[in-house]
Design a binder for this molecule. Structure first.
Ligand code: DQA
Length: 145
């Protein structure tokens, strides 16, 4: 299987950014451990991070014919981006939404996700482990279809 891991704005700062919310692990470390996990199943995992909404949309479009599932942490675009949501509805690529922090226990403006209604599911609140859980969920989803 082919999986795309997308990370949105400010997630390049992971490990240095508000560690009480987002932990000490860097994005490179997260990507590396997911790649190791995917490879152990014979799966391919491509990883991208962008601070630009349009770049993320382009990556989703390009993935349309190549990728079985997307794991995405859309960062703050979670709460604002109708365009990202439309990219998922337009391509119909199954996806899992991931957050390091529990967005439901934080400020009110983080409670709503524009994407979650279209997602297979949302994983939120487990720090870097949220990504590992998402990859496990992806395996379960793709192998039970
Ligand atoms: C986040 C939660 C968002 O509200 C925030 O804007 C982020 C990170 C998380 O992983 O917990 O950038 O998606």
């Amino acid at each position: 299987k082919r999986i795309l891991l997308l990370n949105g704005p400010n997630l390049n700062l992971l490990g240095r950014r508000e560690p009480t919310h987002y932990g000490q692990t860097s994005l490179a470390e997260i990507e590396h451990s997911l790649q190791t996990m995917a490879a152990s199943w014979g799966w391919e995992l491509a990883c991208y991070q962008s601070n630009h909404e349009g770049d993320l949309i382009d990556l989703i479009h390009q993935a349309m014919d190549f990728v079985d599932l997307i794991i995405i942490n859309p960062g703050a675009y979670t709460h604002t981006s109708i365009a990202l949501r439309d990219a998922f509805s337009g391509t119909a690529i199954p996806f899992i939404e991931v957050h390091l922090s529990n967005i439901h226990s934080r400020e009110e403006f983080r409670h709503r996700s524009m994407l979650a209604p279209l997602a297979i599911g949302q994983i939120s609140g487990f720090g870097a482990h949220s990504y590992t859980l998402a990859l496990e969920a992806a395996r379960n989803y793709l192998e039970s279809r």
